[in-house]
Design a protein around this ligand. Structure first.
Ligand SMILES: NC(=O)c1ccc[n+]([C@@H]2O[C@H](COP(=O)([O-])OP(=O)(O)OC[C@H]3O[C@@H](n4cnc5c(N)ncnc54)[C@H](O)[C@@H]3O)[C@@H](O)[C@H]2O)c1
Length: 358
């Protein structure tokens, strides 16, 4: 197979970003989309405009899966729908890329990991921060030993509040898994990747102190956390910290990532300006390393080209029968830390990862 027919389930903000990514991948023909809302299906058609031949549109994802029109599928629906959709997709042999978080609970993630063991088609989890140029550059330097043995890592995300989503699904922790699962699974994935070990203990403090406090919906008041500190200890002795504020849109960088080893330190900023910074203790010097965006990226989207790269690599993996780079195990472990952090906040105590049946 040299050409892949791809369908997209869920054509909101992220589904349409993926449609634009897919348009820019020569090996892809977008053949079908599915969304429960007609307005969103229309938005998808508008997004595709003249880029592709007429596509099939379905209100029900089962009709898309049964259509015989797709060789692979992308899922970009609200978090709380991922588990049921994956269960249905796993009844087929269609390869899938599912948006993060893989599921909203640890138990559901474990169930997906077990189900994937019985399946030959790949499942790729949309943890695309790994592919942002400054992050990929930082990980390359770290893993090449540029700062010796990693000891500490911190990620600061100071940004704007959650955007408005279709049906306001993201206003409730029940739907998202909680902020530390919903969006911070990206950062816990990076920590897991950098540290190369499993988390053993999580201590967090956080709350909903500024955002959405006056938003009342039919289902009740919005209950999403908007700031937190999360400390994670790993089995190999490395410790990490997340500093999240979602009422801090005035900063210079949306994310600041620092890794400190026993011989030096690397700093990366997102979006950054094509550079990361490598400091050495011995010389007390800091020098810049160029980390340009891959020139093959045809669509930058809202994620600085990273979601294009993940789509491209997913397509390449399917076409060449390769294993996914971002696995369901990665999906699980990125959710575990977020879930443990919420538990730590709720129960006001450190949470051992051994409390989960992993
Ligand atoms: N990778 C990233 O950085 C990133 C960024 C934003 C969102 N996301 C993830 O993408 C997913 C979608 O988020 P979004 O921001 O696009 O939300 P959105 O509300 O803009 O879009 C969700 C779409 O899914 C549709 N939908 C809901 N249930 C459906 C179902 N059962 N079948 C088909 N369509 C259905 C909705 O009608 C809507 O059009 C979420 O899991 C979110 O966490 C990832």
């Amino acid at each position: 197979m040299s050409q892949l027919r791809v369908g997209v389930i869920g054509t909101g903000m992220m589904g349409c970003e993926h449609l634009r990514n897919l348009i820019g991948i020569p090996e892809v023909t977008i053949t079908a989309i599915s969304d429960i809302h007609e307005q969103q299906r229309e938005w998808a058609k508008h997004t595709l405009k003249d880029s592709v031949s007429p596509i099939a549109t379905f209100a029900d994802h089962q009709d898309l899966l049964n259509s015989g029109l797709i060789d692979a599928v992308l899922v970009a629906t609200p978090n709380f729908t991922h588990k049921a959709l994956l269960d249905d997709i796993f009844e087929t042999d269609i390869p899938v890329m599912v948006e993060k978080p893989m599921c909203t609970t640890v138990a559901d993630c474990i169930s997906i990991v077990h189900a994937q063991e019985k399946r030959s088609a790949i499942t790729w989890v949309g943890l695309e921060y790994r592919y942002m140029a400054p992050v990929a550059g930082l990980l390359r330097q770290l893993h090449s030993g540029a700062v010796g043995n990693l000891k500490m890592m911190s990620i600061r995300e100071h940004r704007f509040p959650f955007l408005v989503k279709v049906d306001n699904w993201n206003r409730f922790s029940q739907n998202t898994g909680g902020t530390l699962v919903e969006k911070c699974c990206h950062f816990f994935d990076l920590m897991n990747l950098a540290v190369g070990s499993r988390p053993v203990r999580v201590l967090a403090s956080g709350g909903q102190d500024v955002n959405h406090l006056d938003e009342i919906y039919d289902a009740g008041p919005s209950d999403i956390l908007d700031n937190a500190y999360v400390i994670t200890e790993y089995a190999n002795g490395v410790r990490t910290m997340l500093d999240l504020s979602m009422f801090a849109e005035g900063g210079q960088h949306e994310q600041e990532i620092t890794v400190v080893g026993d011989t030096g330190k690397i700093e990366a900023f997102i979006p950054g300006n094509g550079k990361i910074f490598l400091g050495q203790r011995a010389s007390r010097s800091v020098h810049e390393i160029e980390v340009p965006v891959d020139p093959d990226v045809t669509h930058m989207g809202f994620h600085f080209g990273a979601s294009y790269i993940e789509c491209k690599r997913f397509v390449d993996a399917v076409l060449s029968n390769k294993a996914p780079e971002v696995t369901v195990a990665d999906g699980l472990w990125s959710v575990v830390i977020g879930a443990a952090a919420h538990k730590s906040i709720d129960e006001r105590r450190p949470v051992l990862i051994s409390e989960y049946d992993l």
